[in-house]
Design a protein around this ligand. Structure first.
Ligand SMILES: Cc1cc2nc3c(=O)[nH]c(=O)nc-3n(C[C@H](O)[C@H](O)[C@H](O)COP(=O)(O)O)c2cc1C
Length: 184
């Protein structure tokens, strides 16, 4: 059975991004995968300290929750990474998570992700124009591709402000479920 881990980088436990990530996971589960949902804000973890421990081993030596999660990523078949747009970028929480993915790169900057896990990016934004942050989403896709993930879809919900605004966008949730099914 394929395993999929979905990360929500919003401070809101179940806002629009959490719902979008869960829709992707739901699509993966319906296609036969085992899904796990992780709210990053519920984990205890710190910034990358640039100790460079992960240059000589494929692991982070910080004794916190995220080091364990990074090991799970090595064994996962697919990942979902969700973030709201904050100041035209991912949230600080999501950036911190991405920095802590440094162990997936070797000292030569080649990926250590032998499984090349599939990955869906899930973004939500308050701005109603879906084209606005597209270059940034593509840049984020390129970064994750460089890290060794196979980015299969970028799913978005726009104009989301109140925590459950996305529920009024069944088409966005349907696209997210379809992207989840493609992960399997
Ligand atoms: C600090 C902060 C910064 C934000 N910056 C942007 C932004 O630059 N562009 C935008 O479209 N929306 C911005 N938003 C709105 C959120 O992206 C939007 O409401 C999102 O759907 C929230 O996701 P959540 O419900 O999962 O928390 C910002 C919200 C906050 C709290």
């Amino acid at each position: 059975m394929k395993t999929v881990i979905g990360f929500n980088g919003s401070p809101r436990p179940l806002g629009n991004t959490g719902r979008l990530v869960k829709a992707v996971l739901g699509g993966a589960e319906a296609a036969g995968a085992k899904a796990r949902y992780v709210h990053l804000a519920a984990l205890k973890f710190s910034d990358c300290t640039a100790c460079m421990g992960c240059r000589s081993q494929p692991a982070c030596i910080q004794p916190d929750d995220l080091s364990k999660v990074v090991q799970d990523i090595f064994h996962a078949d697919a990942i979902v990474l969700g973030s709201p747009v904050y100041m035209w970028q991912v949230t600080g929480l999501t950036k911190l998570f991405m920095d802590r993915l440094y162990p997936v790169l070797g000292p030569d900057y080649a990926t250590r992700l032998t499984r090349k896990p599939k990955l869906v990016l899930a973004f939500t934004q308050g701005h109603p124009d879906g084209a606005y942050f597209r270059p940034y989403f593509e840049q984020t896709k390129a970064v994750l591709g460089f890290l060794g993930f196979t980015v299969t879809d970028i799913v978005t919900a726009v104009g989301t402000r109140a925590s459950d605004d996305i529920e009024k966008q069944p088409e966005a949730l349907a696209l997210a479920r379809a992207a989840g099914a493609r992960l399997v």
